[in-house]
Structures are given as structure tokens and as C-alpha cells.
Design a protein around this ligand. Structure first.
Ligand SMILES: [Zn+2]
Length: 289
């Protein structure tokens, strides 16, 4: 059964791309023992985080948030197309892919091994700032990692260039409004999805280790391109969703990735929405958040 939640008229479903292997060695601004305790133990620092994607239908259109890693990162990833099919969604029937940021585990899955569109009939919604950064020319100062990612991102976007809509804060298409939350990437975006007077927020990679960074927003992983800007964005968005009590849908929040954030002490806590889904005990084992 596909996990889901309701916002106004929308039924939002969670679809996994799989799990991503990472390490507590990448955690910054927290003692190792504390990090280890918060995630509930690891295999010598190694652990897996989920890669969640979300889907809803509106005005006869099927809208997917993020596209997973495809066949490019780890064998435990790239499961989104088959999971969509298992849930009754043909990738060719996806009309819109909303992108939180153009990083490997969110955008490499836009294309297959030959660079062809996995979502052949979809248009892309992306923040102009994110798109323009990655589609632009490299700067002399940028790292090899950013340079390589930029080259890959041009492959990801190529089949979609003619059907990509670049939005800025305050603009809206199909009830989807971008809120820039930069730092993890230059145009990293939280998407607010409205339904009547209700909304939910797909917050992308605002946190990578939800068991640590929601309660300790100053702690980060080395994945953030501009760590200080990412830290400020994390505080701002956590504050917003706690104040407004809107459902958040996080790409790397403990499966299925949606729930409420509430204030607790100097940080926050996460209340996962209840859902009924059979969890595969082999896949979701020790060390998996
Ligand atoms: Zn990510």
C-alpha cells in the first residue's frame, strides 16, 4: 500500500527511490557519540537515509516532486520508476516534475542511461535561481565536484529544456509556489503546494539526517555547498512550518517522509503522520532512518 496524506482536496502519495548509503563521518557540528545516539546506532558510522518522492493529481494532471537518482549512484537507488508503476502510475503519464534542486539523487533520474527522458511527457518546474546556476557556464573558482555536477545536470535537463518553466518566489503554477531556501545548493527550493486554504511543504534537502537536524538545526552534513546559508535556511523554514503547522514532506525524512514539525526546546521535533504500509524488514533494517 502506498503511504499517503490528504491536504484539502489533494491526496499526496509517497514513492521511494530507495535508500542512500551515507556516513556519520560527514556530520559537522556535533560530537560523534551524540550523533550515533540520535540515529539509534550505525554500522561503524555507515547508515542509510531514505530518498522520498511525492506525487499528487490536480486538474487532471499528475505531478511528481523530484525524480530520484536513476542508475547513477548506488544499487539501492533508482527504484522510483518501478515503484510508480507498482502504484499504478506510468512514468509517461506524469505531466509535471517539480524539482527541489538539481542534485544527483533528485534529478539524475530524469533521464535513462542513454540520456533519454524517463518522463517523456512531463514539463519541469524549477526555481530560476537553481536552473540558471547549473545551466550556466562554470566559474574559474568552482570546485571540481561542482563542475562535474554541472556537466551531469546539463545531461539531466537536456530532453526537457524546451519544456522547463523557471519560477521565482511568489510565482505559482498548478498551486505550486517556490520558496528559495538556498545553501545546500544555490537555488535549493522548498515548494509550497496549496489546496484551498491548506498547504504542504515539500522541503527537499532542508535536512539530510532527520533524526539529528530537526532537533539540532545547527548540525549539518558536508553535502551543503554553502553551510552557513543552509543553516540559516533550515532555521527559517523550520520556524515557518512549526508556526503555521503545515505538513512537511521531506526527501530524506524518515520514511514515508511526511509529518508535522513542532518546537521543542532550542530545536524542533518531528511527528510522523500515521500511515498504514507494510515495511519490508530486509530493506528497512538497522541503520536505516
Ligand atoms: Zn538529496
Amino acid at each position: 500500500m502506498t503511504p499517503s496524506f490528504k491536504i484539502g482536496d489533494l491526496e499526496v502519495k509517497g514513492f521511494s527511490d530507495g535508500i542512500l548509503k551515507t556516513s556519520l563521518n560527514l556530520v559537522v557540528n556535533m560530537e560523534r557519540a551524540r550523533a550515533e545516539a540520535l540515529v539509534g546506532g550505525t554500522d561503524d558510522g555507515w547508515l542509510y537515509i531514505p530518498v522520498n518522492n511525492f506525487l499528487f493529481q490536480r486538474n487532471g494532471k499528475t505531478i511528481l516532486i523530484d525524480a530520484g537518482a536513476g542508475n547513477t549512484m548506488q544499487p539501492t537507488l533508482g527504484k522510483l520508476p518501478e515503484n510508480l508503476r507498482a502504484g499504478g502510475i506510468d512514468p509517461a503519464a506524469v505531466d509535471v516534475v517539480v524539482i527541489t534542486h538539481i542534485h544527483p539523487d533528485h534529478a539524475n533520474g530524469l533521464v535513462d542511461d542513454r540520456g533519454e527522458a524517463v518522463y517523456p511527457n512531463a514539463e519541469i518546474l524549477v526555481h530560476a535561481k537553481e536552473y540558471d546556476f547549473w545551466m550556466g557556464e562554470p566559474s574559474a573558482a568552482e570546485s571540481d565536484k561542482v563542475r562535474a555536477q554541472r556537466a551531469r545536470n546539463k545531461i539531466n535537463m537536456k530532453p526537457y529544456v524546451e519544456r522547463t518553466r523557471r519560477l521565482r518566489d511568489g510565482e505559482e503554477i498548478l498551486g505550486c509556489t517556490p520558496i528559495l531556501a538556498a545553501g545546500h545548493s544555490p537555488g535549493h527550493t522548498c515548494w509550497r503546494i496549496m489546496s484551498g486554504r491548506e498547504s504542504f511543504l515539500a522541503w527537499g534537502d532542508l535536512v539530510h539526517l532527520s533524526a539529528i537536524q530537526i532537533s539540532h538545526p545547527d548540525t549539518a552534513m558536508t553535502y551543503d555547498l554553502d553551510p552557513e546559508m543552509a543553516r540559516r535556511s533550515r532555521h527559517r523554514i523550520l520556524d515557518m512550518v512549526a508556526n503555521e503547522r503545515i505538513v512537511v514532506a521531506g526527501a530524506h525524512v524518515n520514511a514515508p517522509g511526511f509529518g508535522y514539525v513542532t518546537r521543542k526546546g532550542a530545536g524542533y521535533t518531528f511527528e510522523s503522520l500515521t500511515y498504514s504500509v507494510e515495511i519490508d524488514a530486509d530493506q528497512i533494517g538497522r541503520g536505516v532512518l
